[in-house]
Design a protein around this ligand. Structure first.
Ligand code: C5P
Length: 444
């Protein structure tokens, strides 16, 4: 196949397994080849034959299958792809991945691979929200695994909430973005010499599973720097709203969707940068090829940004709450005879100003200004007050549909003047902004 990629698709056991078949079709439509691995649980929902028919290749199911081993050692299987995709990724598979367990072909392949991994979780809403699953997902994020979804919606079990596997088209989009972001290989330290995998060198499965190399297992994966105009640069981006707790169940929030900040993170990663995205609570998936730190409040966001520094560029696209409740109640505030409670507010730290005026100031600091009137005038004032190099200003009056929408019309306000762009998809605004940054970092 000329320009296509080779995807190893691991299909876990869940009702969403049927969507894996549509994913194979979608990947084929886009010119990519897939090869399937079906778990034992997955085989209760779809058959190896349906996967094999659609991929046009053997569907691997059993680590102890001598036929498969003779044709292809599973070390080779794990590395003979450009990307390993798990869809659906069940709570069980996620748990195994997070803890390095390997007792079947899917988990052994995932542990043995030196390729990037993308997973599309699918499970019951309570299983997804369970602290154990969330802990495991966080571990995978830190390990550099790209996570797509899950979506909110009605589940096969009748419950409603997050847990539905992302749609095949969205997974295929994320796969292409991940492939485009480069840094596909999980690098081991230079002193760790691995022989190239080949079927001849692969030991039998029993031997392989006991031949754990502790040196390899303890090394955190590292993304090899990608190629592109921002290769070698570190970009820190904030995105989404913040949630400021009133009590354990209530919070102050705003309507930011995170679409613009996430699009910038993705565009910067596509341009080869190492990207740390500090995201408030959003319902959109993490962009591929980006390290995402999930936070709730403004104070958590500031701490995460400071931890991510130093950086070459910082872009503050988050709609940070200006105020928080001075003392959030530890217990749920009850309705009482005294009428509504009075909530005393305290000012939140200004993350942009703190970083722009701080000791670790990145070379370029960009702020956003969401205004409903006198957009440029307010942006000019913010540029000065916050000490940044550029303010990306937009009108977020409800009639513009920008807040939460897919389009954005921005004005770039800097010391050099104002540059106004037409209404563009947020992805394009992101790409244009990243092109500008690349120009600023182009060697003279
Ligand atoms: O809310 P405001 O209009 O001041 O936001 C302007 C810029 O400042 C945005 O880039 C926003 O992300 C950033 N900001 C921040 N911390 C705050 C308030 C705003 O980083 N507490």
């Amino acid at each position: 196949m000329a320009n296509g990629a080779r995807i190893l698709l691991i299909v876990g056991g869940g009702i969403a397994a049927y969507k894996a078949l549509e994913l194979i079709r979608e990947l084929k439509r886009r010119g990519h080849e897939s090869r399937g691995v079906l778990t034992q649980a997955g085989a209760h929902f779809i058959t190896p034959l349906s996967i094999a028919s659609l991929t046009g290749d053997v569907c691997y199911t059993d680590i102890f299958s001598l036929t498969d081993e003779a044709e292809m050692g599973h070390i080779e299987l794990s590395r003979d792809a450009d990307l390993v995709v798990v869809a659906p990724a069940t709570a069980d598979l996620i748990g195994k991945m997070a803890n390095g367990l390997s007792n079947d072909l899917a988990s052994t392949t995932l542990l043995a691979t030196d390729k990037r991994i993308l997973i599309a979780p699918a499970m019951n809403v309570r299983m997804w929200l369970h602290p154990a699953t969330q802990r495991n997902v966080e571990t995978l994020r830190r390990d550099g695994v790209t996570i797509v979804g899950p979506d909110n919606g009605e589940m096969a079990c009748g419950e409603y909430g997050p847990g539905r596997m992302a749609e095949p088209v969205a997974i295929a989009d994320a796969i292409e973005a991940r492939l485009k972001a480069g840094g596909n290989i999980i690098a081991l330290p230079p002193e760790t010499q691995l022989r190239p995998a080949s079927p001849v060198q692969s030991p039998p499965p029993q031997q392989m599973m006991s031949r754990a190399n502790p040196k390899v297992a303890s090394v955190p994966p590292r993304i090899l720097p990608g190629k592109g105009p921002l290769a070698g640069r570190h970009v820190v981006i904030t995105s989404g709203p913040t949630h400021e707790p009133i009590d354990p169940v209530r919070y102050i929030a705003n309507r930011s969707s995170g679409k613009q900040g996430h699009a910038i993170a993705r565009a910067a990663a596509d341009a080869g940068a190492k990207v740390t995205l500090v995201s408030g609570p959003v319902s959109i998936p993490d962009p591929a090829g980006v390290e995402v730190v999930h936070v709730e409040s403004a104070r958590d966001m500031l701490a995460a940004v400071e931890k991510a520094l130093p950086a070459d560029i910082a872009i503050f696209a988050a709609a940070v709450a200006d105020w928080r409740v001075a003392t959030a109640s530890k217990e749920k505030i009850k309705k009482g005879a005294n009428g509504p409670p009075a909530l005393a507010l305290a000012e939140n730290p200004d993350i942009l100003a703190t970083v722009a005026k701080g000791r670790k100031r990145p070379r370029i600091v960009i702020g956003f200004a969401a205004e409903t009137q006198k957009v440029i005038e307010h942006a000019r004032a913010k540029l000065k007050k916050k000490g940044c190099d550029l303010i990306v200003a937009n009108d977020v009056s409800p009639e513009t549909g920008i807040m939460g929408g897919d389009l954005n019309a921005v004005h770039l306000v800097s010391a050099d003047g104002v540059e106004s762009w037409p209404s563009l998809p947020k992805e394009e605004v992101a790409q244009r902004l990243v092109r500008k940054l690349a120009e600023a970092f182009r060697p003279a």
